[in-house]
Design a protein around this ligand. Structure first.
Ligand code: CUA
Length: 158
């Protein structure tokens, strides 16, 4: 075998082993997993299915987060349309859609989810800064896509 061919072979196999190790450490040691999409729902029965029968903010006890904030998305709006949450609250967003794929982005935070019919999208975030946050749809969903938004007001209760 040619000398350069050997060098490239070692380099190629080395790179393969290196990158597979990175994936292995990330998955098994750091616990990074792709979203499971295990939380499913019948998209025709969203209004009758808990917790989506009562969208909005709920205080919860004994969980890793303080509040659960339930949203129903549909062309071209979110329910609830406006929510007030206290400053510093750790909030779990629980979102589903009744019709087509929508986006769920809370501008200025790392909450940015795809909302698919039949599935429940969840994300936990903490709101330390008071102010108004825009929730917007970032998946094209039809003629009213650009009008699909909601508001979160983070208020200082002190
Ligand atoms: Cu909903 Cu775009």
């Amino acid at each position: 075998m040619h000398k350069y061919e050997k060098i490239w072979l070692v380099f190629g196999i080395g790179a393969l082993i290196f990158f597979l190790s990175v994936i292995g450490v990330s998955a098994f040691y750091l616990g990074n997993q792709p979203p499971s999409c295990l939380a499913t729902i019948d998209p025709d029965k969203v209004d009758q299915t808990a917790p989506f029968n009562e969208p909005g903010l709920k205080k919860v006890e004994g969980k890793d987060w303080d509040y659960e904030l339930v949203y129903v998305a549909q062309a071209f709006s979110y329910t609830p349309n406006e929510v007030e949450i206290p400053k510093g609250a750790k909030v779990k967003f629980i979102v589903t859609t009744k019709d087509v794929i929508h986006g769920f982005e809370v501008a200025g935070t790392n909450v940015n989810m795809m909302v698919e019919p039949g599935y429940i999208s969840e994300k936990v975030a903490t709101f330390d800064k008071p102010g108004e946050y825009l929730v917007l749809c970032n998946e094209y969903c039809g003629a009213g896509h650009h009008m699909m938004y909601s508001k979160i007001k983070v208020v200082d209760n002190q």
